[in-house]
Design a protein around this ligand. Sequence first.
Ligand code: MEV
Length: 341
Amino acid sequence: MACGKVILFGEHAVVYGVPALAVGIDRGAWADATWASPGTPGASSLHVHGWDITVTDDVDDEGLPLARALRDILRVTRAAAAVAAAQEQPTGPVMVQAGADLPPGGGLGCSAAIGVAVARALDPIAEDGAIAERVNAWERVFHGNPSGIDAAVSAMGGCVHFERSKKAREARESKPTIRRVHLARTLLLCIGHSGIASSTKTMVQAVARLRDRHPKTTHKAFEAISALVKSARLALEAGDVRAIGQLLDLNQVLLSGLFVSTPEIEQMCTLARAAGAEGAKLTGAGGGGCVVAIVEDTARGEAVLEAWKREGYDGFLTRVAPVAASVGRDAALPRAVQGSV
Ligand code: MEV
């Protein structure tokens, strides 16, 4: 099982080296892998339930990104197995079945969650950090220049502070710094879908064009987002839901300034605040997809969902609990992802 994600602060800016904060949610993706004996002829395949699509790794078709993603993840998984020579990895073809209960193009990390589930099914003993790295090869097929935050949160769960290098070349080549944020209390989040699917690749390219045309204003927006992320980390660690809400609202203003919001997203944020949410913003790439709102209690959460429903927007309530220190997940992570912020 791999979880979906909600970016609380810092989407888009994170692509350019600004830190971001994201949480894993209790919806996600699953996958099962069945290996044929080594030497068995035939191609490897991936079937995604719900999408009713099956791809094999022996087609070289630019129009089939899922086939390319399968090829890439098999390549990096096999390469890792070859390096860890002690680990016996089957070399025959593999049949993978996968599925997700996340909306594709919804900003909840559907493709990364399927990627993480597939990577784990292919190599169940790999550490979370290694899985996230492998899934970046998969994510590049769909998103062009992903920051890597979706794969990292999907693999790790909990609340994560993520930062990649600010230099474009290094960002592609070096490891990001990923740290757990220790939440002071369980977060209660309302997630609502604007009803419009969007493409992360297209939205990231739109922000890149804006940055080329208006480097100074875009830089200022990224600096403001960076300052927000610092305050938000403190608010999350203090369990200050009111402050988190106010910071979500400010982040939404800055995202609107990057032209990634839509009238539906603005309406959903307004509805959520009026129904009792402490704050709301788009989550993920924008241009459609989902909105996240934070609430103090279940009653207010239900009021937000009801307000969205009246206007035709679907939503659900999710809880993000503090990760128990004794669980020891950090211990399984490579040095780059250890420690708290
Ligand atoms: C997409 O979930 C988040 C973006 O910041 C892109 C990325 O980080 O790869 C828009």
